[in-house]
Design a protein around this ligand. Structure first.
Ligand code: SF4
Length: 485
């Protein structure tokens, strides 16, 4: 039984879940083959000769690419059993079923997935498996995935680059931020991946050339004791290895005693989904932190020699010219311009199916009917100039990314654009018309592009950044065209 596992996109990383599914299929006596459309084109022969095919859908962009690829996959192989798994699979069941996808799984569903693909299970109940019980993990089998040096690298401030591997120490999240796609699936639960599995996965990637590990956990501090054990073990086994993690502001404050541990064990970057700096938006998103908490988190990271990379949902229905300018001004004052990927300043809230934001009357009253093409509920800002500003900033960021401009140059251009809008639409507020003094042009480590189809497909240059926080629910937007198939 030959099973083809297809990853379409996971932030330029080699996907943990695909390696895990491959290991489980091999364990059941199958032959697992892997394709990653973020670095390779669709291999017709692999598709034609597969008995079963599954697509990994951890995020919005991956789903868009998969839906575009499915007609071609079906045309090449009308007989194969089709499955999809990941946060966005059950949420987009209607669209996926229209393409003949039978299995729709999420959370700890890989055992069910493997059984379905191998033809060993397949009852209607098992074919939609949002599995929230603890599962038996295996060490991911990454042998069939593209080499690590074909994925995004970590670009260091001195211009050198590190080959990046990735793993997961936990899955799911114990929090329920309303805009987050983890929430409709995990509903406030998370699971620990045993430390010995994590270490074995790190070991095999170091052997394959990894110089840096990205922990893909939605929040690395959901299990602080486990997090500490994992990074201590990682550093003891691989003292020269660096790593990065995602931690929410609330946890940075509550677990501040762990920050020196991260610094000592090689953490080069902490991504934190700040999302907004105005209290009203933070309250609608139910983020569990305030603007003051964010400022404290910046100070704590700085005091501990850690690089904080905040991410934002810059445009929501509650964003105003004042709040947007305040966000820019605050980033300048906190000397964070070099820490923020410019695309973060263009991201517009997307409301996917199942979003807990729809429980908020201010949101449900605002959205139109679900749009299958958008994979979300369309909304318009009550002030049309805010939607126009978002579109212009998105275009500006994309153009600057193609030109490889420095983050601070793009930041200045964004401020100029926002100031022009303010002069036109808020002429009485002079504070919005002035550029704050920009700090030194320091830049923290950040991911480069993958070395696959991205190089042949220029529009993806900015795409790789678009979902830089979207495992956490941030989503965009316009749909750039990508045709790796
Ligand atoms: S945004 Fe982060 S902290 Fe909030 S529910 Fe999602 S993963 Fe958890």
């Amino acid at each position: 039984m030959k099973v083809l596992l297809i990853s379409t996109y996971e932030l330029g990383r080699q996907p943990f879940a695909v390696g895990l599914a491959a290991a489980l299929i091999e364990g059941r006596g199958g032959e697992a083959r892997c394709l990653d459309l973020s670095v390779d084109t669709l291999d017709d022969e692999e598709v034609q000769t597969a008995d079963a095919i599954a697509l990994w859908l951890p995020m919005f962009t991956a789903t868009r690419i998969a839906l575009a690829a499915l007609p071609r996959i079906r045309q090449l192989n009308p007989e194969a059993r089709l499955g999809a798994w990941g946060l966005y699979a059950p949420l987009n069941a209607t669209a996926l079923r229209e393409h003949g996808v039978e299995f729709l799984g999420a959370a700890e569903c890989e055992h069910y997935l493997a059984g379905f693909l191998m033809g060993q299970t397949g009852s209607p109940e098992e074919a939609t498996a949002v599995a929230l019980d603890r599962m038996e993990f295996e060490v991911p089998d990454r042998a069939g995935l593209p080499a690590l040096d074909r994925y995004a690298r970590l670009r260091m401030p001195d211009g050198t680059e590190r080959v990046v591997g990735s793993t997961e120490a936990t899955r799911g999240c114990k929090h329920v931020c309303r805009h987050c796609p983890v929430v409709p699936v995990y509903k406030g639960r998370f699971h620990v991946v045993p430390a010995d599995i994590v270490m074995a996965d790190v070991d095999q990637q170091v052997s394959a050339g990894a110089q840096h590990i990205t922990f893909g956990d939605p929040d690395f501090f959901n299990g602080p004791g486990h997090a500490r054990a994992v990074v201590e073990a990682l550093h003891a086994r691989h003292p020269g290895l660096s790593y990065d993690v995602t931690v929410k502001v609330e946890h940075l404050l509550a677990q501040r005693e762990l920050l020196p541990v991260l610094q000592r064990t090689g953490c080069t970057l902490i991504t934190s989904a700040v999302e907004a700096l105005d209290e009203r938006t933070l309250s609608f998103l139910d983020k569990g932190h305030s603007r003051a908490d964010f400022v404290t988190a910046v100070e704590l990271c700085r005091d501990n020699g850690l690089n904080l990379q905040p991410t934002f949902v810059a445009f929501t229905p509650w964003t105003t010219l004042e709040s947007y300018a305040d966000m820019l001004r605050t980033l300048g004052e906190l000397d964070l311009v070099g820490n923020v990927s410019p695309i973060q300043l263009a991201i517009r809230l997307l409301i996917p199916r199942g979003s807990w934001l729809l429980d908020v009357p201010e949101v449900s009253d605002l959205v139109d009917d679900f749009d299958e093409a958008l994979l979300g509920y369309p909304w318009k800002h009550p002030r049309p100039e805010m939607d126009a500003l978002q579109r212009e900033i998105e275009a500006l960021v994309d153009a600057d990314a193609r030109a490889d401009r420095h983050r601070s140059q793009t930041f200045e251009a964004i401020w100029d654009l926002a100031s022009r809008y303010a002069r036109r639409h808020a002429p009485g507020d002079a504070r919005l018309h002035e550029l704050p003094p920009l700090p030194a042009r320091a830049t923290i480590p950040y991911p480069s592009q993958s070395r696959g189809t991205a190089e042949r497909s220029p529009p993806r240059s900015s795409w790789l950044c678009f979902e830089s926080s979207s495992r956490l629910g941030v989503t965009l937007l316009a749909a750039p065209q990508l045709t790796p198939f």
